[in-house]
Unconditional design. Structure first.
Length: 134
């Protein structure tokens, strides 16, 4: 049974497809979805240790989740690299499933999988869905 889905979000088209896929599954199985964006060093701003300036952007990237009841959606900004951020949230919430896109914003063209999806595939603590490109 899937009750908690963690979806990695970075604003890329692949990430948006992953959010949509996670939302569709959550609608079917009545699961909770936790969207996670890893806040890197370049996104930190002085005077904003919680990276709250990114919340409006995260809301746009995860707009598909607004179809779910508010109590079934959580959006988290987590300091660190994407793999570590997703892994931390999976551990913290006991997620049943992780969903990511094939490639994120930092991936070089020509690669089939981005480094985040590849590293999660190698060591994720729960089942992982890598949503393919259209």
């Amino acid at each position: 049974m899937v009750s908690t889905i963690v979806v990695g979000v970075d604003g890329s088209d692949d990430s948006r497809r992953a959010v949509e896929w996670a939302c569709e599954l959550a609608e079917q199985v009545r699961a909770r979805v936790i969207a996670v964006h890893a806040v890197g060093l370049l996104e930190h701003e002085l005077g904003d240790p919680g990276a709250d300036h990114l919340r409006p952007q995260l809301a746009v990237w995860t707009a598909a989740l607004d179809r779910l009841a508010p109590e079934r959606v959580e959006r988290r900004l987590v300091a660190g690299d994407p793999v570590g951020a997703v892994a931390q949230v999976v551990t913290d919430c006991g997620a049943d499933l992780v969903v990511v896109g094939t490639r994120g914003v930092g991936t070089r063209h020509g690669e089939r999988l981005g480094s985040t999806s590849l590293h999660l595939a190698e060591g994720c603590a729960c089942p992982l869905v890598i949503v393919p490109r259209e």
